[in-house]
Design a protein around this ligand. Structure first.
Ligand code: HEC
Ligand code: HEC
Ligand code: HEC
Length: 119
């Protein structure tokens, strides 16, 4: 193989790999993983709650674990997030109920206020 054709073969291989990686990323998550964001805070809230996709997808297998439930794939679209709703097992309360275990970790319960609410 000449040097030029060797270089060409290498380039083709690299491009192919790049495409493969892209395709793989697309099948893992149809939508790009959003960065951490603040959840809109109601007046009575004891402190800002920040939601982290990165921290969650490490422990929760699929997007649908949340997004096929009542958590919408759009910020501020899941209706009022009240503690009453969470205590009924809705929204964050579907897992943060002190009973749910995921990947061997018992998800911390709602009475650990400052695990979610920071000042
Ligand atoms: C542990 C629960 C959970 C999991 C798992 C999860 N999400 Fe989300 N996602 C949320 C919450 C909460 C919101 C905000 C909803 C709201 O504010 O009403 C959100 C919002 C989003 C948004 C909208 C962001 C914006 O700026 O409007 C996108 C896009 C999204 N998620 C994509 C994904 C993808 C892709 C996955 C899987 C790789 C995923 N989510 C897994 C909880 C989750
Ligand atoms: C599908 C289950 C599920 C839902 C729904 C869910 N969580 Fe979680 N959450 C987890 C798991 C699993 C962990 C990691 C184990 C732990 O820290 O207890 C976690 C961890 C966290 C952490 C700690 C992250 C860190 O810094 O390590 C916070 C804060 C949190 N969740 C807030 C929320 C909020 C707010 C919502 C609702 C908008 C929510 N979670 C909905 C399963 C869930
Ligand atoms: C798993 C996460 C999580 C935990 C743990 C948690 N909260 Fe919340 N809480 C939220 C989210 C999300 C909201 C909606 C955003 C906001 O208003 O800050 C909220 C809202 C609130 C509100 C305003 C809405 C309402 O229901 O009146 C109060 C008050 C509140 N929380 C108190 C508490 C107290 C007290 C504790 C501990 C006993 C606690 N929270 C534990 C996630 C959590």
């Amino acid at each position: 193989m000449s040097r030029r054709s060797a270089r060409l073969a290498l380039l083709t291989l690299a491009a192919g790999l790049g495409l493969l990686l892209l395709a793989d990323g697309a099948s893992g998550a149809e939508v790009k993983l959003p960065p951490d964001f603040p959840i809109r805070k109601s007046e009575s809230s004891p402190g800002q709650v920040t939601f982290s996709h990165a921290r969650h997808v490490a422990k929760v297998d699929t997007c649908s674990a949340c997004h096929m439930r009542d958590l919408k794939m759009k910020r501020d679209a899941s209706g009022p997030m009240t503690m009453a709703a969470l205590e009924k097992g809705k929204l964050c309360g579907a897992c943060h109920d002190g009973k749910t275990t995921l990947r061997g970790t018992r998800v911390f319960p709602l009475d650990q206020c400052d695990a979610c609410h920071k000042d």
